[in-house]
Design a binder for this molecule. Structure first.
Ligand SMILES: C[S@@+](CC[C@H](N)C(=O)[O-])C[C@H]1O[C@@H](n2cnc3c(N)ncnc32)[C@H](O)[C@@H]1O
Length: 250
């Protein structure tokens, strides 16, 4: 799609990574001329391929800023808005969707953002092989693919294995922020996260004394998928879980 070395690689981790179950649908994606232009010009400076070969040097990539990982940024509007609102946080934004990568690069350039890096490939490979323990100040998963059919539930990204993998790369106190408009997935996320020994629910207690879903944090802008869900009458749920310090006594 791009001249060699100029844009995101089509399958950056190649066949050396097990990818029997993926949380995304590989799709042939058409990029617009302006997305292509952004990818050609800006990828070498702001993009990186998730090749699963060598760990990332986050302090060098983000000039020492605390780094939040956003998994599945889609077209990146919410990413750019959150990055602009918080220039003291680095955003490592991951997706496999080439048009979205071009779109986010364009938005970041327009707004003069220097705290966003766009990663191309599977977030699970990134977490597993390219991030050191306790490296992240937060993880965001906004409107992950709901995989509504039962036989596809295994593709949902929010599962116990993912949650513990993410936890291992998060610093104590870091927030895992998920949102979804798919009620059965929201219930499953709440169950999985509540059962995790690595996190505590950071939502305020409800009238019944139980912590469940969180009110939508003001810092999270409406995302493109969220808007589509709201138009269909779906209810949106936010989940906020804080990484516990597993080294703490008692
Ligand atoms: C339903 S969309 C939501 C996009 C955006 N967060 C929004 O709310 O508009 C989910 C996105 O997650 C991406 N995705 C799913 N699994 C992924 C993975 N393992 N690694 C990277 N991106 C992934 C998909 O490509 C897709 O763009």
């Amino acid at each position: 799609m791009f001249p060699r070395g100029a844009g995101p690689a089509p399958d950056p981790a190649g066949a050396h990574h097990d990818r029997t179950i993926r949380s995304f649908q590989p799709r042939r994606s058409r990029v617009t001329p302006s997305q292509r232009d952004a990818l050609l010009r800006l990828w070498p400076r702001w993009g990186l391929d998730i090749d699963g070969l060598a760990p990332l040097d986050l302090p060098a990539l983000f000039g020492g800023l605390p780094v939040v990982l956003e998994i599945g940024f889609g077209m990146g509007e919410a990413t750019a808005e959150m990055a602009a609102a918080d220039p003291d946080t680095g955003i490592l934004a991951v997706d496999v969707h080439t048009p979205g990568q071009g779109h986010l690069l364009r938005l970041a350039e327009k707004r003069g953002l220097t705290n966003v890096r766009v990663a191309n490939g599977d977030a699970l490979i990134l977490l597993r092989t390219m991030l050191p323990p306790r490296a992240l100040a937060g993880v965001r998963v906004f409107f992950p693919d709901p995989w509504p059919k039962k036989r596809h539930h295994k593709r949902r990204i929010i599962q116990p294995e993912f949650v513990e993998l993410a936890a291992s790369r998060m610093a104590p106190g870091a927030l895992l922020h998920c949102a979804t408009d798919w009620a059965p997935y929201a219930a499953s996320m709440l169950e999985v996260l509540t059962a995790s020994p690595s996190f505590a629910n950071a939502a305020p207690e409800g009238a019944d004394g139980v912590r469940a879903f969180a009110p939508r944090p003001a810092v999270r802008p409406l995302t493109r998928f969220e808007r589509q869900g709201l138009a269909k009458g779906h209810e949106v749920r936010d989940l906020l879980f804080r990484r516990l310090d597993d080294r703490a006594d008692g």
